[in-house]
Each structure stands twice: as C-alpha cells, then as structure tokens.
Design a protein around this ligand. Sequence first.
Ligand code: ADP
Length: 934
Amino acid sequence: MVLSDITRLIQLAGLSDAAIFDGVLETLALALGVALALHLLLDIFVLRGRRRAGELAVREHQLAAVAELSSALTLAGDRESIARTVLDTLNDLVDFDFSGLLLVNEDGSEASGLIGRAAGTDVDWFPSTRLDLENEMSGVRRAVETRALFTVEDAPGSPEVSAELVERAGLKSLVFFPLEGERRIVGVLAAGSTGEFRAFRPEQLSLMRMLAAEGTLALERMESVSALERGLERERLVAEISRRVRAELDIDRLIDAALAETAKALDVERCFIRLGNPGSAAPLRAEWRREGIKPITASATPFLSVSNLALRERKTAAIADVENDPQLDDDSLGGREALLELGSRAVLSAPIILFESVIGALAAHTSALRRWSNDDIAFIEAIARELGIALHTAGLIEENKRQLEEQNALLVATEAMTNELELDSVLALKLAGGRAELVGPSSSKQVMKAAVHQATQLLEGDAALMLELEANELVVRASEGEGLEEMYARRFPVAVSLAGDLVHSREPLVIEDLARDEGPLGALDPVVGHGFKALIGVPVIGLDDALSGVLIVYSRRVRAWRLKEIEALVTLAANSASALANAALYLRVSLEREQSLAILSSVADGIVAVDRAGRIVLWNAAAERITGIASSEALGRPLSEVLRHEMEAPDGVGERAISIRRGERELWLEVAEAVMRDPGGQIAGKIYTLRDVSADRFVEQAKSDFVSSISHELRAPLTSIYGFAETLLRRGELFDDVQRRTFLSYIASESERLTGIVDALLDVAELDAGDLQVELATIDVGNVVREVVESARSESESVQGDEHSFVADLSDEPLSAEADRDKLRRVLVNLVDNAVKFSPGGGTVSVVGQKRSGAVELRVRDEGVGIPEEERERIFRKFYRSSSVLSGGTGLGLFISRGLVTAMGGRIWVESVEGEGSTFALELPFEREPVVEE
Ligand code: ADP
C-alpha cells in the first residue's frame, strides 16, 4: 500500500514536473527507506513472539540486507547497477547460484537480458538474451502473462521455460518473478540453483517479492528518470527549436538545425523534411545524414512511402520494419524498394500540418528495425509542429519582409517626400525670393554679394563664400558670415585647394564633417581655422557651360546635408551664374553704349536712329548742330515730321540729297540710311546719317555759275577789243586821229580789264597751290589808299548818274607797314569796287586808315545793302557770290583779298548791318617781324 502510493507519487511527481523532480527524488528515496524500515520493524515485532530465535536471526539479517539494498538502490546510477544490487542481494539472501534480470519492452512482445549475476560477477552472455514473449513459451512469458511468481523445480525437463536460458545457465530449479510496474510488467527476475533441484520456501519467496518490488521501484524510477531526461532533452530540443522558429529568420538554417537535433534525439541516421501537398511529389527540402550515409536522390523522393503515408493519412506513420510492415503493401505509396535501397529499415514520419492543411512531412530513418516509442512519436510530432510554424513564419516573414520593405520604403519615401516637399517648397520660396535679389543688381559685385547672402539664408548656413575663377586661381569676391570680411580678394591656387576640386570635378562637393571627411585636405579650404565643420560647395556654371567660380556654404556644426539642399544650392549657383552673365552683359552694353555715344557725339555727321515704328530714338549732337533742332525736340517723333521732308527713299537709292528749310535758309542734307535688324532678322529700325552738303552744293553751283559768269566777264572786254580793233583795221582811214586814239584807249582799258581777270584767276591758282609770292617792303599805306580812292572817284565821275562820293580818311602821320604795295592796291581796289557795287543807291564810300598797336588798320566802309550774318564768313570763299542781282562778278575778289592779306601777314574781316552798309577791315603788320640772324 505504502509502496504503491509512494511509487505513484514519485511517478506523478517525476513525470509531471521535471524541474522539481531532482529534489523530490532524493526526498522520496529517503522516505521510501524509512517506510520500508518501519514495515519490516512491524513485521518483526508481530512475529517476534511466535517465531524461533533462528528465524529471528535470519530476519534480522534479511532486514539489514533490505535496508542495505534500499540505500544501495538509492545510490544506483543506472539500471545495470540496480540490477546488480538486487540480484546480488537475492543470491545472498535466498541462496541462489544464479539470477538475472530481463527487461520487457513497451508492448510486452520481447524480453531482453539486462544483467545476469553468478558468484558475485556478471554473466557475460546474459545481456544478449532475447525472449520472444509472443511466440515462444518461457517462464518469463508466463510470469509476464500471469503477473505472478512462477517456480519450476525441474527446469531442464520443463517445456514451460526457455531451454536456452536453462541450458546456458546450467539451472536445475528456477523462480520467475514479474516486476510489476505502474502500468505494466517492466521486467522479470529469473533466479535459480545450479547444484540441486530444490523447492523454495514461502519466506524465501516473500523475501524475493520484497526484493523484486524494491528492484521494480528502482527500475521504474530509473526509467522515469531516463524517460524524463529523454523527455526533458526532447522537450528542451523542441523548446529550442521552437525558440529558434520564433527567433531565427533564416528558415534554411533553422530547418538544418532542427533536422540535426531531431536525428540526434531519435538516434537515427537520416532525418529529412519534404514539402508539398499530399499527392504531389513533395520534394525534399532538406536532409540531415550521419556521416557515410548516401543522400536521397530527387528521383527516389516520390517513393519514400512512409512519409507519403504520413502525408496522405495526415498522421504520424511509425514503421518498425519497412520490409514487413503491411501498411506499406499499398503500392500507391511508393513501395519498399526506395527505402530499402537507402538502407532504411525503420522509418518514423510525421506530417507537417498548418491550418488544417498538410504542407509536408518530417521523417527519420534508421538502418535497424525499431519499434518507435510513444515518446519518439510525440517528439517527432512536436518537431513537425514547430517546423510547420517555422515554415509558416518563414513564409510570413518573407511575405512580411517584402510587405514591410515595401511599406517601409513607402513610408520612408512618403516621409522623405513630405519633408522634401516641405523642404522643396521652402527652398523654392527662398530661391524665388533670391532670384529677384539676384536679378536686380547690375554689377557682378552686387550679384556675388547677393549670392552669398542668399546661399547662407537658403541652407541656414553660418557663412558663405563666392570665389571667382581667374586663370589658375580662385579669388574671394564676396563673403557672408562673421569674421570673413578680411577674406575679400584673397587668392587660392586651384591646383591645391579644396575649392579647386570643384573647379576640376564641376560637381558639388559635400562635406558633412571636415575633420572626419577631409583630414589634412581640410587645410586647403579657404576658411579653415574659422571653426567650420561642414560645407557644401557648388560650381558656378553659366548657360554657356563655362565655369565662372564656386559658391561654398559653411556650417559651424557637423551637418548631414540633404539632397534637396544640395540641389537648391546648385540652382542658386546657376541663378547666380546667369545673373553674373547679365551683369557682365550689362557692363559690356553700357560700355558699348558709352563708346557709341562718344563716337556719335564726336562725329561730324548727324546720326539719327529710328525704331521699328519710325520714331526717333537717337539724335546726336551733330544732328542738332546741322539741323538746329534739339534732340529733346526730335526724340520720339517721326523723322519726316521733324525734318519736314519725306524720308522714304526712292527705289534703289541709298544715298541722296534732300533740301530742308532751316529758318529762312535752305539746307542741303546728304542722307544715307541703313536698316537695323534684330537677331531674328526682323527690321528693328533704321539709322540715318545726315551730312550738311549745303556748302559743297553751293560750291558746285558756284563753279557752274563761275563758268558762265567768267565766260561773260571775259567775253565783254574781248568783244570790245575785237570790235574796236576790227573797225580800225577795216575802216581806219575813215576815222581821225582823235577817234582812233579813243578806240585804242578802249582797247587798252578792256585789255587791262581782261588782264585783271586773268590775274585774278592766276592768283586763285597760286593761292590754291600755296605758292603765292608777296614782295614785302615798308611802304606808305596812305599813298596807296589815296591813289585807289582818287581812281575810284574819277571813274565814278565818268559814269553818268553815279551818286557815290569817296572819302580817304587818313591820319596825318605816315602809315607805314610791311606790305606788298601792288597786292595791297589790288585788295583795296576790290574792296572799294564792292562798296560801290553793293551800295546801288549811292552814298559815301570811305577808306579810313589808322595806326593800331603794332599794326596799320584800314577800313573800307559803304552805306549799301549790307551782308546777312550767315553770309559774312562765306563771302570770303572761292566763287561765292550772293544771289543778289547786284552781284555780277566772279566771286573770287574777297577770296583773293583774304589770300593776299594773309600772305602779307595781316588779316581781313567784315562787319555789317543789313540795309545800312558794310565795313571791310584789314590789318597789316606795322613793322616786319625782326628776322633772327643765323
Ligand atoms: P565779286 O568779285 O564777284 O564781287 P567778291 O568776292 O568780291 O566777288 O564778293 C563776293 C560777294 O560778297 C559778293 O557777291 C557780295 O554778295 C558780297 N559783298 C562783297 N562786298 C560787299 C559789300 N561791300 N556790301 C555788300 N555785299 C558785299
């Protein structure tokens, strides 16, 4: 009673909770010993009164032995030790020659020898003993079946005992005692005597039962312990696999580990996993093999009939004997050949079930026949379950991983996009604001200043530099940030500077941590030592792809620059580049404009530009001077309106002369025009050049006038001379001497007039040639004046109705001057003649002579028509004659007069009031310039 309770307790305790088992085991073993002792003491106490003293002694001996056995069993570490202790005690107490312990397997089909003892030693053959409990008759079998002690007094003659055992042990009489465990008969004690046939006394049998119980207990405990240990080990394995299933993300590694552990735990040569639905080929996913075992081929896989069975039946298939198991008779499973070929005699396979579906099978192969235990089955099922989870998880993980990655990528992208979008819009706003600032300035200095400011603002940097590329150097042109003012105009060779990298690569240079990323190169940065930790530099590249410099933004802290920021800075640099190009263009255009204006204002020709609509946009100083129209008056109006002349050129005529009115006068302008075209080839406007050709045109006119007038001037005296000479020749005898003298005097005077004309022409020729000779001498100018005035008076008196009077107003003192007397006379004659001619109403012609400082001044004054102001200079030109009817001369008189006076070292000019008269004044040097003797 007590024993079975305790046993149950132990079993319950042992099986239910591994963790507490170890502690409980010892306690229970102790309790067991105590219980046994009490039991025996009670027995002894009851018997003491009625048994003999000898029996008492035996009992005491037995008692001591059992106590000893009990404590020995407590110490036994394995089944063999238990067996030895029990058997030796048995031999000793019951006086057997031989005893052995046979273990009965789980299903009671077989008994196998564990330990046999004779004379205190192991019986060597005993462990190999195998008794078939189903098909052979034996004492062991009988003991198992009857669960009761079985004695055979004549063993060799009994058909009920194993002949082999009896024979080998040489036994005469035998006792079989079943070891009845909690659930089944776990073994059988066989003990006997070899010397003689004997019977066994009840007390001996009683003692034997006691010892058997003791041994059973120990064995079961041991069994429990090892089962427990095995269970624990497997449990631990399953737990480990389970843990890995949940932790290991690499399904292949997990499967490999699970197969190896399973093979080890089940003690098999091969362990594999097939994946696939029932009915499918379910290929091998992984296989573990003991060394030297050949692998399963792909072609053999479909014929693995046990795992096929597990797959089909959805339950574990435990085949102890592949060759003979009738479950494999069904050929549709794949037969036995493939398995036998692999050397597999026993196979255990569990389906891998996931959510009610079979997804594969886990199988264990061993080369020995093997009856798979419930534990084996439970174990492989547990592993299969875990693998199912693992496979599912792996699928999930893979699926999840993909989804997660997608989600993550999406999340990152979304976040990035949100940020970037925000950043984008912020940067875009800043850039847009900055562009306006960049567009404004017209000098490159202003642009660069704006650029560094913008760059700093844009990236929230601490400083920025703009360096301009000049030959092989980068020159700081603008800086922003504290302490960088003195950087201005500092030069850095491109070859050895960090910024120079930008010039070469033309790519942004992004440094998050100068100390880390650049090391000694950082020393080449322009502002190293100013405490900057990070920078972005971008090249400033214009539309023409030319690199004009670099723009660098600095940060005082280590900084991970964002892509958008880099891009924004690149954009800013591009904006700066175009602003710089604009500034350069602006500068060039303004320079060109200045140059053009300078040229336009200095040229003698009037230059007028009109726009597409024909409105004046340019009216230079010469145009103002020529036309007398201010540019303020002309600008914005059509040229034809300003000049009051149609400007459309007749077809094919590029250059033409037009006449316009300037006040009272007619002005001749030579007009040339050129068409301006814009880059697209469209007419953008026209440029006109205006040249005042009034004088040239006048000269031309004068020349033709001269030819006709000179012809007339020459013809008149020639006609007279010819007429008088012919009359004298043909009719000379008809005229008297006086008449002939008169004729001859006409011929003489007309010849003189002719000579005068010719002289004048010669003078002009000489003046033009620049070789007019004057013979200067100190002469009395007064005498010349008197002569000329007298001559004029007498001539005037000879002409009927001439109302002129002549005055020579000379100072008393002699007016000596250095002059050519003849030439001076000719000058005065011309001036007096003109005075008479241009005062048709008569009046006084006076010649005033007086001394000035260093000079003699002569003034020839008339009371005639006068000379308009604009003509006063022109009258001294060659061939110039006024259009007045009064003018009948050659237009050479004043031209020659000025030439002669100038040749004598003097000067001549005119003063006049229109309608009142004119005064021609001339100045002659008083004395000859002293000649410096060489
Ligand atoms: P010419 O020999 O044909 O007179 P001149 O050279 O002497 O040519 O004079 C040129 C022009 O100067 C004249 O045609 C006239 O218009 C003007 N002129 C010269 N002297 C006078 C004067 N005393 N009063 C007014 N006009 C004059």
